[in-house]
Design a protein. Structure first.
Length: 367
């Protein structure tokens, strides 16, 4: 296996359309890194440049110690799994998995051993004599992964491989790919637009937007310490709530004042927000950090907000409450036992120890 290093890599298409802009990133040997971001953010283009399927406009890419800018895709010792499986319909599962090895002149015995070993690992040994049309979507994706495994490449690349699967199968395949990474101890780079996939699979996550890397971090750090409003809003489901308001000082204490409510800042937040006194900031709080006051003992009025229930969405073990103040709408994620009446006001408690503040102009994190 090998390290992958991107150094000031850019991709510019005709018409001066910049798909990827000055990306620098080091991926360690045996690491599982996930690129995530909205459609058109440059994540798949970055992956394809690593694979050699897209030319680099600027910068350098290394696989191990080898500069691969001008190395053809077939000589980079990588294996790629695509969204659409890319299986040969006229070949059996065995033949699809063996095809790349045959092109590389491996012996029949070596091919047979590798194919059967990968098939056993993926639970598709009983399908080796079937053709792709006889398989389900999840089974086809296993074949596509198996075709990559038999190569025993330096690096595995996955380009949104689960996008065509139903929700249950996506969860199952996420688990299978995680198990594979643990078993193979290989370097894997995975692209997805699904932040749940990213959070559950990656050792580190690379968040992209508009061809630029906004943050690289492990899942928990990304969730707890987003560097800007975009990352804060993109990571998490439902997404973080945002309110525009001012930092004010009243009776020796600091508050965030939305205009229709105000909540007291915790002491740890005061030093960094103090320079924003009497200025507008963006206040962020995640839905799970908002509680129904009925179920909170000794709730302080200084972090209690009254809002109207617009929609109640029961999700089984939890409930999403769509709330409204005179100026904002937001979501609270509460326990499954909590189902207040629609169009009624309720009191909500904000956990002020888990709030975020962002500069109004730069949208960079303050706290």
């Amino acid at each position: 296996m090998a390290q992958v290093s991107l150094r000031h890599v850019s991709k510019v298409y005709s018409g001066n359309v910049k798909a990827v802009s000055d990306v620098s990133l080091g991926i360690e040997n045996k690491e599982f890194v996930v690129f995530v971001g909205p459609s058109g953010c440059g994540k798949s283009t970055t992956l394809r440049m690593i694979a050699g399927l897209e030319e680099i406009s600027e910068g350098d890419i290394f696989i191990g110690d080898k500069l691969v800018n001008d190395v053809p895709a077939k000589d980079r010792d990588i294996a790629m799994v695509f969204q659409n499986y890319a299986l040969y319909p006229h070949m059996t599962v065995y033949e699809n998995m063996a095809f790349g090895l045959r092109l590389r002149k491996y012996s029949k015995a070596e091919i047979d051993q590798r194919v059967k070993e990968a098939a056993q690992m993926l639970g598709i040994a009983k399908y080796l004599n079937r053709r792709p049309k006889e398989l389900s979507g999840g089974e086809r994706q296993r074949v596509a992964v198996g075709r990559a495994i038999v190569r025993k490449p330096l690096v595995f690349l996955f380009d949104e491989p689960l996008s065509n699967l139903d929700a249950k199968m996506r969860v199952q395949m996420r688990t299978e790919i995680n198990k594979l990474h643990t078993r193979l101890q290989s370097t894997m780079i995975y692209v997805t637009h699904d932040q749940v996939e990213a959070m559950t699979m990656g050792n580190r996550i690379v968040v992209m937007k508009d061809g630029i890397i906004h943050q690289v971090a492990d899942p928990i750090s990304l969730y707890d310490k987003p560097v800007n409003k975009f990352v804060a809003g993109f990571i998490g489901s439902p997404p973080m709530n945002f309110f525009m308001g001012r930092i004010i000082k009243y009776d020796g204490k600091f508050y965030f004042d939305e205009g229709t409510f105000k909540v007291k800042l915790v002491e740890d937040a005061v030093p960094k927000t103090r320079p924003y006194e009497d200025k507008e900031v963006i206040f962020g709080i995640r839905p799970e950090d908002i509680y129904d006051k009925l179920f909170v003992q000794e709730a302080s009025p200084e972090n209690t907000v009254t809002a109207r229930v617009d929609v109640v969405e029961p999700m089984g073990s939890e409930v999403y409450l769509h709330m409204a103040t005179p100026k904002n709408i937001f979501i609270a994620r509460v326990g499954g036992h909590d189902k207040p009446e629609v169009n009624h006001d309720i009191d909500l408690v904000f956990d002020m120890s888990k709030t975020h503040f962002f500069d109004k102009d730069t949208e960079k994190a303050i706290v």
